[in-house]
Ligand binder design. Structure first.
Ligand SMILES: [Zn+2]
Length: 322
């Protein structure tokens, strides 16, 4: 009897031991998976582009855009994608288009004509994906089909058609109002009242007074990657009638008028010396980059030069420059 109960106890003990060991294993494995997943999510969260130095030259923008547009309009066998071409060239020149050589582009085009594919040509280029993603963030909505189903440049110069302006590459120059800082855009000098149009379609995120920008408007692209900033708009009548935050605007729509407001805590004050539009573009790869010390503003001088080929006609009203 004693022996029997001992045997039974032994069985029970064995079963309990087995149960505890199994439970521990399950617990350990599930904890390890959980930790792994957390790590994965964290690295995913942090895996976005932190910096872009956009220095693609006007010549490179011009040549690659023509290849892209012509090949689509002629319905050629090989259709070029200017962003792919630019990303490939960036790998060749180390991301510095001061070293851009047309012969590099010609050689690439020749290879594609000979039947090689972008996929094969770029698979061993270490930084190709970085440049492709960076340049896509800047340029992806600049070329495409317009409302008439015509393929070409669909982004507009911010200064309306028929109005003159002047500019030079002033990105990174020092500014002293408020605190010492660098200039994160391009100033387009023109007459007060010159109609300003949306470069790209998007949603108005900011509209109103800002100490630095004066009457300003900030428009976010639909893919959320670009934030367009138009500042120093006209005193008393800065914006196109009826615009408000949250509204959607289309590329080429009138959004406001050139002026000289800003550099004042008080609203509607002309403290800028020379009337101009401050035009800026911020790239956003992750929402944490908005309003942070890690904002990415790019030099838009060559983009403004490029967009001179596509200007929007605005019907004059009483508020415009005569
Ligand atoms: Zn400026």
């Amino acid at each position: 009897m004693i022996i029997k109960s001992f045997k039974l106890n032994k069985k029970i003990i064995l079963a309990i031991t087995f149960f505890i060991i199994s439970l521990s294993i399950i617990l350990f494995v599930s904890l390890a998976i959980d930790e792994n997943e957390q790590e994965n999510q964290e690295s995913k969260k942090d895996n976005f582009i932190k910096w872009v130095d956009f220095n693609v030259s006007y010549e490179a923008l011009d040549l690659t855009s023509k290849l892209d547009i012509d090949s689509h309009n002629k319905d050629a066998d090989i259709k070029y994608n200017w962003i792919e071409l630019l990303a490939y060239l960036a790998c060749k020149n180390g991301g510095n288009f001061k070293n851009f050589k047309k012969s590099d582009l010609d050689a690439l085009v020749q290879k594609l004509q000979n039947g090689e594919t972008m996929g094969n040509l770029t698979k061993n280029l270490k930084n190709y994906d970085y440049y492709y993603e960076s340049y896509s963030a800047v340029l992806s909505q600049f070329i495409g089909y317009n409302s008439d189903e015509k393929y070409g440049v669909i982004a507009f110069l911010p200064i309306a058609k028929g109005y003159s302006f002047s500019h030079y590459d002033d990105f990174g120059k020092s500014r002293s109002y408020g605190f010492q800082r660098t200039h994160l855009g391009n100033d387009l000098m023109g007459s007060i009242g010159t109609p300003i149009v949306a470069v790209e379609s998007g949603t108005i995120e900011h509209l109103g007074w800002n100490q630095f920008g004066g009457w300003r408007i900030g428009i976010r692209s639909f893919d959320k990657k670009r934030y367009y900033y138009y500042a120093h708009l006209r005193k008393d009548h800065p914006y196109a009638d009826g615009l408000k935050e949250g509204d959607v605007v289309s590329a080429g729509d009138l959004i406001g008028y050139l002026g000289m407001t800003g550099y004042s805590i008080k609203e509607n004050v002309n403290n800028i010396n020379v009337p101009h539009l401050h035009f800026g573009m911020q790239l956003i790869f992750d929402e944490s980059q908005v309003d942070s010390p890690n904002e990415i503003w790019i030099d838009v001088y060559n983009i403004v030069e490029f967009l001179k080929r596509n200007r929007s006609q605005i019907i004059k009203n009483f508020g415009d420059v005569p």
